[in-house]
Design a protein around this ligand. Structure first.
Ligand SMILES: [Zn+2]
Ligand SMILES: [Zn+2]
Length: 194
């Protein structure tokens, strides 16, 4: 699986449970490519569809080429543009989903979505939050972690973003740091826990 960061998430100092609606404030967007699969992990915030389209074009892709979207969680700085990829199947963790075709997975944790993509339940920042574990072409493990962990937590142990449940946040964050060679966080730069 080829892992291509398309958009770097801007830093968050304040976030509401409903996400941040400022134009240009965004979570990261990552493209995963394998054979005919073009997968996006998260879709960015308000005002980010245009930059995202340009980033896709650099990889000779159009929004209609995206085959699957995985949302780490439903805050709008990560999910704002989700409806703009007409051919993408959507994977997200929700207790309830009324519209669209639903694939029900009883236990998301450890669910193997593709050969090289596994989902982890990583609640804490949000009640329903998943992280995407990707085996890269070089056999290293990259975790696309949304808002489940960031570099500040690794360096200081402090939680600097909104949390739904602090104990759960720490449990999820520590778990990601244990398995990841590389972490692509929702906000801030890509880092290596080792
Ligand atoms: Zn975020
Ligand atoms: Zn969030």
């Amino acid at each position: 699986m080829k892992i291509i960061p398309l958009i770097t998430g801007t830093h968050v100092t304040k976030q509401t449970p409903f996400g941040v609606l400022l134009p240009g404030h965004t979570g990261s967007v990552t493209l995963l490519e394998h054979d005919e699969q073009h997968i996006l992990v998260d879709t960015g915030g308000r005002g980010m569809f245009h930059p995202l389209k340009i980033a896709l074009k650099e990889h000779a892709l159009d929004p209609s080429d995206i085959t699957m979207i995985i949302l780490t969680h439903l805050h709008l700085d990560h999910a704002y543009n989700v409806s703009r990829f007409p051919n993408a199947r959507l994977f997200a963790w929700m207790h309830e989903w009324r519209d669209g075709e639903t694939m029900r997975i009883k236990n998301i944790d450890g669910f193997r979505l593709l050969d090289t993509i596994t989902l982890l339940q990583t609640p804490g920042h949000a009640e329903e939050h998943l992280s995407v574990v990707v085996e890269g072409d070089d056999n290293s493990t990259t975790v696309i972690a949304g808002d489940a962990v960031n570099e500040e937590y690794l360096l200081t142990g402090l939680i600097q973003s909104f949390v739904y449940d602090e104990a759960l946040y720490r449990k999820s964050a520590d778990r990601i740091l244990r398995v990841a060679d590389t972490v692509i966080p929702g906000h801030g730069r890509i880092f290596s826990p080792a």
